[in-house]
Design a binder for this molecule. Structure first.
Ligand SMILES: [Zn+2]
Ligand SMILES: [Zn+2]
Length: 195
C-alpha cells in the first residue's frame, strides 16, 4: 500500500495549510492555500500538484490559490456556496461526495455547511482535513456567515460518521482525533456518546 505524507505549513493569520502527498507517485494535493504562497511552494519541489483545495473561503484559507496555481500548477477547487458568498472562482466546484484521485489515494469531499455556507472537509484514508468546522478543543471563530446550528448538525451528521480513530487536521491549531475531541471538546459536552 502506498504511503501518505502529510505536511503542515504555518501560514498568515495562524492558518494551517497542508500538503498531502502520495509518496510512491509524488502526486500531491494542497489544502488551504493561504499566504505566503512561497512557503507552500517550497514544500512542493519535486511533486506533481493535482489539486489546490480550500476548506472554505475566509481569506486566510484561500487568498493564495491563484498565485500558487501559477507557480506549481494543479486544479483549484472550492464549494459553490462559498464561491457565491465570497465572490471567488475556481477550476472546479466541489460537491458533497466528490472523489478526487491523486496518486494511489482518493480524497473524498464532505459538504459541512455552518462555519460558512460552503465549508467542506476532506477525507483521505484515516485522515480528515476539517478547516474551521472543528478545531482541537473548540470550533473556528464565528463570523457573520456562521450558522452555528447548521455547523453542529454538519459535525453530527458528517464528521461523527467517520471512524473514531480518524485523525483530524484543523485549519488552526494542533492536530487531534475524533475520539479525543468527542471526549474533550466542550462542544460535545452533554451530547450522548456514539454507540
Ligand atoms: Zn474561517
Ligand atoms: Zn480560519
Amino acid at each position: 500500500m502506498a504511503k501518505l505524507s502529510i505536511l503542515k505549513v504555518k501560514l498568515e493569520r495562524e492558518v494551517n495549510g497542508y500538503v498531502v502527498t502520495c509518496s510512491s507517485t509524488k502526486e500531491a494535493v494542497v489544502i488551504d492555500p493561504g499566504l505566503p504562497v512561497e512557503k507552500i511552494a517550497e514544500q512542493l519541489k519535486g511533486l506533481k500538484v493535482r489539486y489546490i483545495l480550500a476548506t472554505h473561503c475566509h481569506p486566510g484559507h484561500v487568498a493564495g490559490k491563484d498565485d500558487l496555481k501559477e507557480l506549481v500548477g494543479g486544479e483549484t477547487g472550492l464549494h459553490s456556496a462559498d464561491a457565491k458568498q465570497f465572490l471567488r472562482s475556481a477550476d472546479r466546484y466541489l460537491l458533497d461526495g466528490d472523489e478526487l484521485d491523486f496518486g494511489e489515494f482518493k480524497l473524498t469531499v464532505l459538504h459541512t455547511p455552518g462555519h460558512t455556507p460552503g465549508s467542506v472537509c476532506f477525507v483521505v484514508a484515516n485522515h480528515a482535513f476539517v478547516g474551521d468546522t472543528l478545531l482541537a478543543g473548540g470550533i473556528g471563530k464565528q463570523t457573520p456567515e456562521t450558522d452555528l446550528r447548521r455547523q453542529m448538525m454538519s459535525i453530527g451528521t458528517k464528521l461523527l460518521r467517520l471512524p473514531l480513530t480518524t485523525a483530524l487536521y484543523p485549519g488552526h491549531g494542533p492536530a487531534s482525533s475524533l475520539e479525543r475531541e468527542l471526549a474533550q471538546n466542550p462542544i460535545f459536552r452533554g451530547a450522548p456518546a456514539p454507540s
